[in-house]
Write a new protein. Structure first.
Length: 229
């Protein structure tokens, strides 16, 4: 009897062990699949976060570059237009030209597409100050897109350089009228420099043939307006 019971149990243990083994394999497969899915999700999340950071950093870099370019463009435009005794409308036009010149060269980044539209009369706002300087605000509908999907839209612009274009222009015109018939330019130049020293302006007068040239320099800005009479 004992042998019979022993044999019966031994035969019944085989399917039980097989079922248990199958259960272990299934559990292991499910666990592996689960952890693989979690790993893929974590990897995808990390990749998205990295792509987002790269996209933001790229957009920030372009913004900084364009704002620095805007600052230089304003100063250069004031100097260039001032040399020709132009108007503030000429300054605004030259600023847009300088900025669009940089935009036309595009930006090339790995895995990132950059689209920056050219600026026009509606993109930049020029606010001329009482001292003749100008502050500029603007917005460009740019798009910086990573191949993984993250995208940054829009670039804000702002610059307020110190050079006082309109003030220098006004002083140059005013002095030009005063010295048109003056014979001793050195004496009047010394007097004018004393008068305008408190504003940080330097006056230089010169005569070529019968034409008097008036140069008004902004000591702090380092730029000047030259007006020929």
């Amino acid at each position: 009897m004992s042998c019979y019971i022993y044999n019966k149990c031994e035969r019944g243990g085989v399917p039980t062990f097989a079922i248990f083994a199958i259960f272990i394999i299934l559990c292991s497969s499910v666990a592996i699949a689960y952890f693989q899915a979690v790993e893929r999700r974590e990897t995808s999340t990390i990749q998205q976060l990295m792509a987002t950071d790269v996209t933001r950093a790229t957009a920030s870099s372009i913004k900084i570059e364009l704002n620095e370019m805007l600052m230089s463009a304003i100063t250069a435009a004031m100097y260039e237009v001032g040399m020709g005794a132009g108007t503030r409308e000429n300054v605004e036009e030259r600023v847009r030209d300088y900025l669009n010149g940089r935009i036309s060269r595009d930006w090339i980044y790995s895995n990132i597409e950059v689209d920056v539209p050219h600026c026009d009369e509606n993109s930049l706002v020029f606010r001329w100050q009482p001292d003749g300087s100008v502050a500029v605000w603007g917005y460009l509908g740019a798009r910086v897109e990573h191949v993984e999907g993250p995208t940054v839209y829009g670039i804000e612009l702002h610059a307020a350089p110190y050079p006082r274009f309109l003030r220098l222009k006004h002083v140059a015109e005013q002095i030009g009228e005063q010295v048109a018939t003056v014979s001793d330019l050195d004496a009047i130049a010394n007097e004018l420099n004393d008068n305008y020293a408190c504003e940080g302006l330097r006056i230089k007068l010169s005569r070529i043939d019968n034409t008097v040239s008036v140069e008004v320099s902004d000591i702090y800005g380092g730029r000047s307006v030259i007006l020929g009479e």
